[in-house]
Design a protein around this ligand. Structure first.
Ligand code: KG4
Ligand code: ZN
Length: 340
């Protein structure tokens, strides 16, 4: 007798993207993301507006995923959702939807740690079977708007943080500097675009001194602020006239800082399988530098669409939890500060 396929609906709503994905026996059939434009006017994510936009988007996004996947909602085997870390109000929308769907359809509920999702994005398998998966153990540099971590991944759910930021995340540093430069939100990708046209050695910014394999980005933010203040005093058009070079120099500094600690971690652990994950792994300089990192290592870089927040990574993580029959109860509640 032929076994029925395992179809997982994944839901992601931890920050300002409402996303739903369908995977069948581990392969992505649909991956839908609705970005929330509403935050642009405020220069950053406004939590209350994010929750409201999730409420508006979640049903249409799920419907679209089901339609694109070419399935019926009755075909879904289990529902996986992001249960943290993230903005509580945003998480509540996804978790409440998932609990209701699980109850209504009488299917298992699976809670997913958003950071596991970013890391397990490396295990996403395309519809045509295409994949590029690291071998265990591997090191994962997880760089997003809220996190900067070097994680040793020994198995799907066996992860150890070797180092992390003691203050701002790398994505936050990109976004905050972009804001100082008058660039619209989200600043990271826009700063990246400008940087590609600039000279990255034109301005120098100091590196933090942090023990272990940890990071710090708040000092960089302050040094860029003072640098800009000083230059603007002498030339009010300084930013306008030097925008691309400032972006390129800041971007180089952030990537240098990220890679110095990663190289230390590689040396300490002697692990040669290296991966990056999270929104900042979409950064062109980081991707370029990693590709030419070293012939001694194997480097895994996710496709753009799987770097930033998406539900394919949540559904894939859910699929591995499903295989372990690791289900959540109806009384599960989001945890805004969930750890890896
Ligand atoms: O993983 P993600 O989508 O959401 C969080 O979980 O935080 O990451 C979003 C972060 C933002 O800070 C955004 O500016 C940054 O990733 N980001 C980038 C690029 N694309 C996204 N930063 C630098 N260069 C990029 N190309
Ligand atoms: Zn994320």
């Amino acid at each position: 007798m032929q076994q029925s396929p395992i179809i997982i609906l994944g839901i992601e709503s931890s920050c300002d993207d409402t996303a739903a994905a369908i995977i069948k026996d581990g392969q992505v059939l649909a991956n839908i993301v609705a970005n929330q434009e509403v935050h642009k006017a405020y220069g950053g994510v406004v939590p209350e507006l994010a929750s409201r936009a999730h409420q508006q988007n979640i049903v249409p996004v799920v419907n679209e995923a089901i339609k694109r996947a070419g399935i019926n909602k009755e075909d879904i085997t289990a529902i996986a959702f992001t249960n943290g870390p993230g903005l509580l109000g945003s998480l509540l929308v996804g978790s409440s939807f998932a609990k209701a769907f699980s109850l209504g359809m009488d299917i298992p509920l699976i809670e997913v740690n958003h950071m596991h999702g970013h890391i397990l994005a490396h295990f996403i398998v395309e519809k045509d079977g295409a994949k590029n998966q690291p071998d265990f153990p591997f090191l994962c540099l997880t760089v997003s708007g809220g996190h900067t971590q070097i994680v040793k991944v020994s198995d799907y759910f066996k992860m150890e943080i070797l180092g992390e930021t003691i203050d701002d995340a790398a994505g936050e540093a990109f976004d905050k500097v972009a804001k100082m430069l008058g660039l619209p939100y989200p600043g990271g990708p826009i700063l990246d675009d400008k940087a590609q046209l600039g000279n990255s050695t034109r301005f120098e910014f100091t590196h933090p001194k942090v023990p272990g394999l940890n990071y710090s980005f708040s000092g960089l933010k302050t040094s860029v602020l003072y640098f800009l203040k000083k230059e603007l005093k002498q030339n009010p058009n300084f930013i306008k006239e030097n925008l691309n070079d400032i972006c390129a120099s800041v971007q180089k500094t952030i990537v240098d800082i990220l890679l110095i600690e990663l190289k230390k971690a590689i040396k300490q652990t002697e692990i040669k399988e290296i991966a990056i994950a999270g929104g900042v792994s979409a950064n062109s300089e980081l991707r370029k530098r990693l590709v030419s990192f070293s012939k001694d290592y194997k480097v895994y870089i996710p496709k753009f669409e799987y770097c930033t927040d998406n539900a394919a990574m949540i559904a894939t993580t859910g699929y591995y939890k499903y295989l372990q029959q690791d289900f959540a109860k109806q009384n599960v509640a989001p945890n805004a500060r969930m750890k890896v």
